[in-house]
Design a protein around this ligand. Structure first.
Ligand SMILES: Nc1ncnc2c1ncn2[C@@H]1O[C@H](COP(=O)(O)OP(=O)(O)O)[C@@H](O)[C@H]1O
Ligand SMILES: [Mg+2]
Length: 665
């Protein structure tokens, strides 16, 4: 710097000697330092060149950046204020001259720069120096106007050397300011990042921290440089001199972990850079993820909540895609016995009974069109493959755009409920019928008794002719038949007083069958009896139960008569789950109206042969014994099976007394 000052003091082109020129040249060269910045560089170059050559004026035109536009960067010497208006034209004409490769030009200003410009500026002669980059592209043009004396050869060469030197310096200035700009940008950029950033060296000395972190610590970024990162107490971490709280594995190139400070949660990352000269820098980014965490937690809670609802409901919930294939099934479906491989990817309609598939198909189609379907009751297969009944609700599910992309199916197994409902209906019907029948039967009973009584009297009357007695006999027979029917009706309506005593079902059965043993063997019917011998007792009325068994056997007898094949009736007993079961299996034609056979007066037999009361009486009796009677066609062969279930009794006398008391109510 002292040398520079000293050189500046040397008078300009004092004697025109080579020595003084060289001194000025080297002073100029030294002064053109790349760290000056473009404006200062331009000013110094123009003024120094003007001084050196004793020029009236000097102008430097520069190409700006990469855009290729030229402007006047500096003016020195005798340039009047009003001449500034011509700057633009001057810049253009200098740019044009720079297009030619020659580094130095001397000549008339009006010829080189144009007459108008030369006139306005009042310039006669000009010296033009071309400044070019290392790639030969023009960077600028220096113009010296009206140099006092003629330019010597030495001066020419010196000027060329000056142009060369200024070119290199100019390129450096540009490079330098670009580096400086990018450094500034970089600092601005990390200061603009809202995450906290701290960079420290191997010994834990802070190299840099960004503005938000400085604000948090109540300092300025520059003030923290050189401090011990362990003493900053970053995010509530304990003070540990020489030890960075966020370096857990100092040898790792990268690490990441979650750190909590008070109520906030941070994601801390450490990246280690091995720079030149063997130093290691560690960059920590401390990102506040409290809100993200909270959102995630809320999302997870919501998801678990939804999943819990789906999996803990008693309904089966399924989701179908637009092809009506099952894409999701909740836990209840699997608990109900369906297997994943039978559900997922399969059409839902496969669950429905084949005859009802078109109905379900149509309902699904309607849902895909946007409709919702509530409580569609449909027979469908249960998880174990048995037929059952389901109530199905269908709703369309839409994506964010509002397009239907799936169907939500809620299915409830209503098999038991609907069975129960049917049974209840039947029981109610029977009770109503019982009342009606018993009323009528009592009314009919008295006149019948009179008919029978008086017919008897008439038959004994000797005054009655014999032919009339034959007709009276018919009246008596028919009246007696009617009485049997009435008695049957009354027992159906359970108007007969019932006994309650412990009894052995097997022996009641044996007695019953003896009643029919004779004609059974006559008709070539094979009767098989398979009894479980240690059957527990039940409480009941032996006569009533005998009537039940007899009715069932009579029906079976009638049924097997209808077929040509070897006729077979099989009776078996067993017990389990607190119940005694008695099965009557025949190989007749099977039941044609399973839903009606227990109705009173329902018969498929010809008039006079059947009354249609047998099974309804059985039904009433078995129900009164708190038992159950079911009929179904044999799944594995011809004919049907009637199943009677009776409760096992604990044979202690008190239990019997209780049962009797309960039965009486
Ligand atoms: N073992 C059986 N096989 C086929 N059908 C039967 C059998 N038992 C009962 N049924 C049917 O049930 C109907 C009602 O029987 P039931 O009440 O005993 O009246 P009935 O015997 O007077 O017809 C019968 O008409 C018959 O159609
Ligand atoms: Mg019958």
């Amino acid at each position: 710097m002292r040398a520079l000052k000293h050189l500046r003091e040397i008078p300009a082109r004092v004697d025109g000697s080579l020595e003084s020129l060289l001194t000025q040249f080297s002073a100029t060269a030294l002064e053109l330092n790349p760290s000056l910045g473009l404006a200062e560089f331009s000013k110094r170059l123009t003024s120094r060149a003007a001084e050196m050559m004793l020029a009236a004026a000097a102008v430097l035109a520069l190409r700006r950046g990469d855009e290729g536009e030229w402007e006047i960067a500096s003016l020195a010497g005798a340039v009047k204020e009003q001449d500034r208006g011509t700057e633009k034209e001057l810049a253009v004409s200098m740019a044009n001259l720079a297009a030619s490769a020659s580094p130095l030009r001397l000549g008339d200003a009006s010829k080189l720069l144009g007459k108008d410009i030369a006139d306005v500026l009042g310039w006669g002669q000009v010296v033009l120096l071309r400044l070019a980059g290392s790639d030969g592209e023009p960077l600028g043009m220096l113009c010296l106007a009206d140099v006092e004396r003629a330019v010597t050869d030495t001066e020419r060469r010196l000027l060329e050397a000056l142009a060369g030197h200024a070119s290199v310096a100019l390129e450096n200035v540009r490079l330098f300011s670009r580096i400086e700009r990018s450094r500034k940008h970089w600092v601005e950029d990390i200061d603009a990042i809202s995450d906290f950033i701290v960079v420290h060296d191997k010994s834990g000395k802070v190299l840099r921290l960004n503005r938000v972190l400085a604000n948090l610590l109540g300092t300025h970024p520059a003030e923290s440089v050189g401090k011990d990162v362990g003493k900053l107490g970053l995010l509530d971490s304990p003070i540990q001199p020489g030890h960075c709280p966020f370096c857990r594995r100092a040898e790792a190139a990268h690490e990441e972990f979650v750190h909590t400070a008070g109520e906030r949660t941070y994601l801390i990352s450490a990246s280690r850079i091995h720079g030149a000269e063997n130093e290691t820098r560690t960059i920590h980014v401390l990102k506040d993820i409290t809100d993200r965490r909270e959102a995630e937690r809320r999302y997870r809670r919501e998801r678990d909540f939804n999943r819990n609802i789906l999996n803990n409901t008693q309904s089966m919930i399924l989701v179908l895609d637009t092809a009506k294939l099952v894409s999701y099934a909740n836990r209840r479906c699997f608990e109900a016995g369906y297997r994943e491989e039978d559900l997922l990817g399969h059409p839902l309609v496969e669950m429905a009974a084949p005859s009802r598939r078109p109905i379900l198909e149509e309902a699904l189609e309607r849902t895909l069109q946007g409709g919702a379907i509530d409580n569609l009751e449909i027979p469908a297969f249960r998880g174990n493959g048995d037929p059952g009944k389901f109530s199905i609700s269908l709703s369309p599910m839409r994506d964010e755009k509002g397009d239907i992309n799936s169907i939500v199916v809620v299915m409830t197994d209503v098999t038991d409920a609907s069975d129960l409902h049917a049974k209840l209906m039947h029981t109610e019907k029977m009770a109503a019928l019982g009342q009606l029948v018993s009323g009528v039967a009592h009314e009919v009973n008295n006149p019948l008794a009179a008919i029978v009584g008086f017919t008897d009297l008439l038959l004994e009357n000797r005054d009655i002719p014999e032919e009339a007695k034959g007709e009276l006999q018919v009246i008596l027979q028919e009246a007696q038949r009617t009485r049997t029917i009435v008695r049957n009706l009354l027992s159906f309506a359970r108007q007969m007083p019932a006994q309650r005593e412990p009894l052995q079902v097997n022996s009641v059965l044996r007695q019953t069958l003896q009643l029919r043993a004779y004609d059974v063997s006559n008709c070539g019917i094979e009767m098989a009896e398979r009894y479980q011998e240690d059957l527990p007792l039940t409480i009941g009325d032996p006569n009533q139960l005998q009537q039940v068994f007899l009715n069932i056997v009579n029906n079976a007898y009638d049924a097997v008569q209808e077929v040509e094949r070897p006729r077979k009736i099989e009776i078996s007993t067993w017990h389990g789950k607190g119940q005694i079961e008695i099965a009557f299996r025949d190989n007749g034609p099977g039941i044609s109206h399973p839903d009606r056979i227990f109705d009173p007066f329902f018969t498929t037999k010809e008039v006079g042969k059947g009354t249609g009361l047998g099974l309804s009486i059985c039904y009433g009796i078995v129900r009164a014994h708190r038992g159950e009677i079911i009929a179904r066609n044999n799944p594995d062969g011809a004919g049907c099976t009637f199943l009677v279930r009776l409760p096992v009794s604990a044979h202690a006398p008190e239990a019997i007394a209780v049962e009797q008391a309960e039965a009486a109510t």
